[in-house]
Design a protein around this ligand. Structure first.
Ligand code: ZN
Length: 204
């Protein structure tokens, strides 16, 4: 998609202590869209009269920074958070943002995996389950479309690649896509095999 802004993996470090000391740097994409980048996954901010839509929400320790960054841009509340997959540098803000009223949305498998403690083989660490407010409350098996802020937002579940719950989020009118961790410009592709990742799926 020539000319499309592509929001993708910042190589995640899963050290949350380290993350708490990092700032989020914001880049304006257009009048309604920003990307916040820090120690883990990129956060896409879409602001409009219907409210704020986030794609991913970084590590838990930076949620306050993320909320204050958004409140400096708009008075609108965070209405939806769309998780591209289950990793803690993409869903870490879910609990606090869910408690504040945001509706968390993801592929079915993301909710299933976040509902229990899960082992991350590549960091040799068990990540505890998310509390009720942090879990996605709307899930989808394949695709979903949002009509918000005068855009048509297409969420597409991909074959098992980085994990078994990967989705891309394409803002068709703004011509911006968030591809989660299915693409990296900083490392070889990462397949989280314990979470259903697969080299064949990633190639696909
Ligand atoms: Zn990931």
């Amino acid at each position: 998609m020539l000319g499309t802004f592509i929001i993708f993996l910042s190589l995640p470090t899963l050290d949350t202590t380290y993350a708490s000391h990092l700032e989020l740097n914001t880049t304006k994409l257009n009048d309604n869209m920003y990307v916040a980048q820090g120690s883990g996954g990129n956060v896409l901010l879409f602001i409009g009269n219907d409210g704020v839509i986030l794609v991913d929400d970084q590590y838990a320790p930076v949620t306050k920074k993320l909320q204050s960054l958004i409140s400096n841009l708009t008075n609108e509340p965070i209405k939806f958070v769309i998780n591209t997959h289950l990793h803690p540098d993409h869903v870490g803000g879910n609990e606090k943002l869910g408690e504040a009223g945001a509706i968390i949305v993801s592929h079915d498998n993301v909710r299933i995996r976040l509902s229990t403690d899960h082992f991350f083989e590549f960091i040799n660490m068990t990540i505890p389950l998310l509390s009720g407010k942090g879990l996605p409350i709307i899930t989808f098996p394949q695709n979903m479309t949002f009509y918000q802020n005068e855009d048509e937002i297409k969420i597409t579940h991909l074959d098992n690649g980085h994990t078994d719950g990967d989705s891309t989020v394409y803002f068709t009118k703004n011509n911006v896509i968030h591809v989660g961790d299915d693409f990296s410009d900083r490392s070889y592709p990462l397949m989280d095999l314990a979470s259903g990742g697969s080299i064949d799926g990633l190639i696909g």
